[in-house]
Design a protein. Structure first.
Lengths: 309, 261
């Protein structure tokens, strides 16, 4: 069953007389218990999409269904069953962490809210700042407080918009573990945006790449990586670097870097070309001191899509 | 409307009040300053004439609190979410506009009552002024009408904030002072020039202060005009509620709620 269904969604803004298509006829579905990533450069339409799904923005056209319901028609059910966390918006900065969570727990009608608040403060290591006002928190603590709010009602659908921005690597790693753990235990559906590719790769079951308001492709990270055929090969030889360079040129590979006895080149995997080139290097008797083959990463896909290649 | 969500926001506004000393200070400071300035001025004027200026001015100041507080608190508590970049979380929560407005109206009313209670004690101690010369029913009706007019102005300002963002936030503090000259708070309707009287007679507040002065002078109170004011207020309140709902819809369209500026 799909917990999020988006079909032909369009959102435009007017700016100085110009019409900007922030979301341009996108469609996707997220299954129950799936973590779905929205990736793309700034201005791609990721946050606009999340803002529409959370009811902060009104769509121009298209349909949105969350938990099988249209949010406008089942406002209360959808809102009580979902939640959102973003690093770009704070909780009320005049209130302490605990006071904020108490207010949101009551807003979402959470039963035994003090127990839930204490669980979350413990989980996100915020116990020591629970009585500190939001304005006095570091950005990392702030982000974690927002995440506590995002999980306060044990949502069945969770929207996470760049929710790990500002966290140090240790806390970011712990946060990802908490998200994974929560998702597993509650079979929660998560729509996730991030600029950190490794994070998306680690968390998301499927990814949609967005650019200029459009979805360019949707797939698993391993399938998306297959879109880029080129691999990067770093090779170092003990001698005859010039001969190796000449050989690579005759094979038609693209040398992208050379220094001393090392050469880095890109070669396609189509027609097993990469394997053929490497085996020829061995057969020609080059004495290798280093060989490193790197496949495409999500970063490469991101850059490719962002640059419209 | 769900009571638990109204309670949640009342709790939030309570926390804002207790966490920020300026919010507590705000309840008493300006109203007390006003009371003293006009109280001493009244003493002086009474030495020069036979008119019971003290009752008229202090009664006006004390009752005006309900317009001022109600209007300002609605707008300022909504602005609080803009200032703390909390608009995103507030409007993505299950809260409805009616619940949001009910909570700010209630909080504004509680704060008005706190100011009112404080002022009637100060006025009694310093000037032996007793607001309860006004019959309790008339006082209750006046408080309701004035508060309601404050809510109408508060909803109007909030609607504009939802349409134009924080750049027009100055209206939150200033709009009631534009209304005051036409509300006949300190002078009778007959004192206004003809063009201003035409405006003033449409204001529900004018009829409340006219009734207050009649009660202080021991003259009969024109209840008919008060009931008319009540009808006008209810109609205006409904119009403003609809206007606010459409302004929030517009804010959802323009992205103001997501951007929070």
């Amino acid at each position: 069953m799909n917990y999020i269904d988006v079909s032909n969604l369009v959102k435009t803004f007017r700016e100085k007389g110009r019409i900007i298509k922030a979301v341009d006829n996108i469609s996707f579905s997220v299954r129950k218990g799936e973590i779905f990533g929205l990736l793309g450069p700034n201005g791609a339409g990721k946050s606009t999409t999340i803002n529409i799904l959370t009811g902060l923005l009104e769509k121009d056209s298209g349909t949105v269904r969350i938990l099988g319901c249209e949010p406008e028609k089942n406002w209360e059910f959808v809102k009580n069953s979902s939640n959102v966390a973003t690093a770009y918006s704070w909780l009320s900065d005049v209130l302490t962490v605990k006071q904020n969570l108490r207010v949101y727990a009551k807003l979402y009608g959470v039963k035994s809210h003090e127990q839930r608040i204490n669980e979350l403060l413990e989980l996100f290591e915020l116990k020591n700042v629970a009585d500190r006002r939001i304005i006095r928190l570091s950005s990392g603590e702030n982000t974690r407080a927002v995440l506590c709010k995002g999980l306060i009602n044990k949502p069945r659908v969770l929207f996470l918009d760049e929710c790990t921005v500002g966290l140090d690597p240790d806390i970011a790693d712990k946060t990802r573990d908490i998200i994974k753990d929560y998702q597993k235990k509650n079979d929660c559906t998560i729509l996730f945006t991030s600029h950190y590719m490794y994070e998306v790769e680690e968390l998301c079951d499927r990814i949609a790449f967005m650019s200029n308001g459009k979805i360019m492709s949707i797939d698993t990270s391993s399938n998306l990586k297959k879109l880029i055929k080129k691999h990067t090969v770093e090779i170092a030889v003990k001698k005859n670097i010039k001969l190796l360079k000449d050989f690579l040129k005759t094979e038609g590979v693209e040398i992208i870097f050379e220094k001393g006895s090392s050469i880095v080149f890109e070669v396609t995997t189509e027609g097993d070309k990469m394997y053929k080139v490497i085996s020829k290097i061995f057969h020609k008797g080059f004495m290798l001191s280093n060989l490193h083959v790197k496949g495409p990463t999500l970063d490469d896909i991101f850059i490719k899509i962002a640059r419209g290649k | 409307m769900k009571l638990y969500r109204i309670n949640a926001l009342l709790l939030k506004y309570y926390y804002i009040n207790i966490n920020r000393i300026d919010r507590i200070f705000d309840i008493f400071y300006w109203a007390t300053i006003d009371l003293f300035v006009w109280g001493f001025a009244s003493f002086y004027i009474e030495q020069l004439s036979d008119v019971n200026v003290l009752s008229i001015l202090l009664g006006g100041i004390i009752l005006w609190i309900f317009v001022w507080r109600s209007s300002q608190d609605i707008a300022v508590f909504v602005l609080e979410d803009f200032w703390s970049r909390n608009l995103y979380h507030m409007f993505s929560s299950p809260i409805k506009t009616s619940e949001h407005m009910a909570s700010v109206i209630l909080m504004g009313f509680f704060r008005s009552l706190a100011t009112f209670a404080f002022l009637i004690i100060v006025a009694f101690l310093f000037y032996s002024f007793n607001i309860f010369i006004i019959p309790v029913f008339l006082l209750g009706l006046s408080v309701f009408l004035l508060s309601m007019f404050g809510w109408i102005m508060g909803l109007l300002v909030t609607s504009f904030i939802m349409r134009f963002g924080q750049r027009i936030q100055v209206l939150a503090w200033s709009v009631v002072w534009v209304i005051q000259p036409f509300s006949c708070v300190f002078y009778p309707l007959s004192a206004l020039p003809a063009w201003a009287a035409k405006v003033a007679v449409l204001m529900p507040t004018t009829h409340v202060f006219e009734a207050m002065r009649a009660a202080f002078a021991g003259n009969p109170v024109n209840y008919t005009s008060l009931w008319h004011s009540l009808i006008i207020s209810v109609v205006l309140f409904i119009i403003m509620a609809v206007f606010l709902e459409s302004s929030i819809k517009k804010a959802r369209k323009t992205g103001l709620l997501a951007k929070g500026d």
